[in-house]
Ligand binder design. Structure first.
Ligand code: NAD
Length: 498
């Protein structure tokens, strides 16, 4: 049966103003799962107005911060109770394996707890203003934040933004991805059940060029926070910029995985496999470029190819499945095209590189996990984000060569460095022009740890105190404490102006 999903505005589930809908189909079977109301620009107006009203009457940010924290903690507990059902829903919608979605969603209550704790303990400052004044600087919420999110971690990425925005006291309008709106919509219900007042959290599902565009162009926002592709980020940031709305943007990546010659090969290969193929390669920090020191290059590549060939593709709801389908026909077509182009430019497919022939997989958007060699910085695939189960491998000679090759990329989101010499790993980590570096690990995330990239990977960060601060602005109150009255025009004496 096809479930119906509505917009969530001002505490109510409502259809789109014009009755329009779009559908979400299973990437595994092609079956239509949801018919979703498609928010029009008029619906976005109503959602922003509801969020503005909630901000203006202070129904959320006017309550004591410790009470806001209590509500977020209650939401964390409700979410923890429902995680298994929500994980199944995520798997049905986007095709990531149930094992991955359970592991990911079980951690999400931590974001509500962390930002609740920041809300309860956040303090203003009292800068020195000289002898005659006391300056109290409060941090107050920005107002209304528009949040635009992708499909590859539908709830994780929505949660990163929502928890920080709400912890800081803002009202929000969320535009989830058209490929994965169900669980972000469920989050709105959980937050209200926990006690977030109606109007504070609004969700407007819809397509990017219509609903996303209307939100990014809206003059009623005080911040726009997007996670998505780099080209989308440019468009959205330009739209918001015209209204002087500040933007946080978490965008694309092409993370290098650097393996030095003293790394234990088995552990490094297990790490590279995890980095490359978790989420069927559809993560922004995917280890998409494996750089291996020349002396152990062939050994590492051979072991990686053997383990890649052994990965089990199948129904992502089956606990035995390791690799699910790609999210959509368009995403698979993009991967097929990029691999074909790499071959035409002279690269060699070492394994995979095909749509699987298994008739049991023919209804889904499956693609074999793929390792590609014979590639250099001249190839498109060196620089281009494919967002699929494709990793390119290349040798390097020494530390300097590894850093130069890793940094030779328009993106700067993340990287990992593998080796036994801690000094060399840390020198390398410090020389990489990226936002996040893991040493002897990959893809680890924590609500307290900043997440964001350099170059074309975006602007600003999620997680941690910087993200919370980014959802506030200073409000400065300067009080005269002078013992003598001040009357500028009554005297011709030299007076201090401030
Ligand atoms: P996308 O850019 O296609 O869509 C992201 C969101 O933007 C969706 O909600 C979409 O509807 C909306 N959108 C699309 N066009 C728009 C427009 N013209 N105006 C306003 N909104 C618009 O990205 P995707 O395919 O959903 O996600 C994959 C991309 O996201 C990859 O590039 C990946 O690297 C990136 N990503 C980055 C991070 C990070 O933390 N840096 C995390 C996850 C994904």
């Amino acid at each position: 049966m096809v479930d119906q999903l509505l917009l969530h505005i001002d505490g109510r589930n409502v259809p789109a103003a014009d009755g329009g809908t779009f559908t979400v189909a299973s990437p595994t079977t092609g079956e239509v799962l949801f018919e979703v109301s498609h928010a029009t620009p008029a619906d976005v107006d109503v959602a922003v107005a509801a969020a503005r009203a909630a901000y203006l009457d202070r129904r959320w940010w006017g309550i004591p911060a410790r009470d806001r924290a209590r509500v977020l903690n209650r939401a964390a507990a409700i979410l923890a109770d429902r995680v298994d059902d929500l994980a199944r829903e995520e798997t049905r919608q986007i095709g990531r394996t149930l094992r991955e979605m359970r592991a990911q969603l079980r951690r999400l209550p931590e974001w509500l707890e962390y930002f609740g704790a920041l809300a309860a303990t956040w303090e203003g400052t009292v800068p020195d203003f000289g002898p005659n004044h006391l300056n109290v600087v409060r941090r107050v919420p920005l107002g209304v934040a528009g949040l635009i999110t992708p499909w590859n971690h539908p709830l994780l990425i929505t949660m990163k933004k929502v928890a920080a925005a709400l912890g800081a006291g803002n009202s929000i309008v969320v535009k989830p991805s058209e490929l994965g709106p169900a669980v972000p919509l469920a989050l709105a219900g959980i937050l209200e059940e926990a006690g977030v007042p109606a109007g504070v959290v609004n969700v407007v599902p819809g397509l990017g060029p219509t609903t996303g565009r209307a939100l990014s162009e809206h003059r009623g926002l005080d911040k726009l926070d997007i996670t998505g592709g780099t080209e989308t980020g440019r468009v959205v940031a330009a739209n918001a910029g015209r209204n002087l709305v500040p933007v946080t943007a978490e965008l694309g990546g092409k993370a290098p995985v650097i393996v030095f010659d003293d790394a234990p090969v088995e552990a490094a290969v297990a790490g590279a496999l995890f980095a490359s193929f978790i989420a069927t390669g559809q993560t922004c920090v995917q280890g998409a470029r494996l750089l291996v020191q020349r002396t152990i290059h062939d050994e590492v590549v051979q072991a990686l190819v053997a383990r890649t060939r052994a990965l089990r593709l199948g129904d992502p709801l089956d606990p035995q499945t390791q690799i699910g389908p790609l999210v959509s026909q368009a995403q698979r077509a993009k991967v097929v095209e990029a691999v074909g182009r790499a071959q035409a430019q002279g690269a060699t497919v070492l394994c995979g590189g095909r749509v699987p022939e298994d008739p049991g997989l023919s209804h889904g958007w499956f693609y074999e996990p793929t390792v590609i060699g014979g590639i250099t910085p001249d190839h498109d695939l060196w620089h281009e984000e494919v967002f699929g189960p494709v990793v390119v491998v290349a040798p390097f000679d020494d530390e300097g060569d590894a850093v130069a090759k890793a940094n030779d990329c328009p993106y700067g989101l993340a990287a990992s460095v593998w080796g036994a010499d801690t000094g060399r790993c840390l020198r390398t980590a410090q020389a990489l022009d990226v936002g996040i570096v893991w040493v002897n690990d990959h893809h680890r995330v924590d609500p307290a740890s900043p997440w964001g990239g350099t170059k074309e990977s975006g602007l600003g960060t999620e997680n941690g105190v910087d993200s919370f601060r980014g959802y506030t602005r200073p409000h400065s109150i300067i009080v005269s404490t002078a013992a003598q009255p001040f009357d500028w025009f009554a005297s011709t004496q030299e007076l201090r102006y401030s």
